[in-house]
Design a protein around this ligand. Structure first.
Ligand SMILES: [Zn+2]
Length: 72
C-alpha cells in the first residue's frame, strides 16, 4: 500500500499515512483543522517503483508494509 506524507501549509504539522491509491487524499490538518494539507513526494512513493522491483520484489506490491519503502 502506498505511503504518503502530508504537511500543513498553515501550522507546518506533518502527517504520515498509508492509503490505498483509490482513497481520497487528506485535506484537513489533524492539528489545526485547516483544510490546507499538501502532499509531499517522498522516497517511498511511485518515483522509485522500478528500483524497488529490482531490489525487493515484495515491496512492489507493498506486501512488506512501509518500512522498506522509506529506504531509497
Ligand atoms: Zn495545521
Amino acid at each position: 500500500m502506498p505511503f504518503y506524507e502530508y504537511r500543513c501549509e498553515i501550522c507546518g504539522h506533518r502527517v504520515e499515512v498509508m492509503q490505498k491509491m483509490s482513497d481520497a487524499p487528506l485535506v484537513e490538518c489533524p492539528q489545526c483543522h485547516a483544510e490546507q494539507l499538501r502532499k509531499l513526494v517522498s522516497a517511498g512513493s511511485f518515483g522509485s517503483k522500478a528500483a524497488s522491483i529490482d531490489n525487493a520484489p515484495a515491496c512492489a506490491s507493498g506486501g512488506c508494509g512501509a518500512s522498506c519503502m522509506t529506504q531509497s
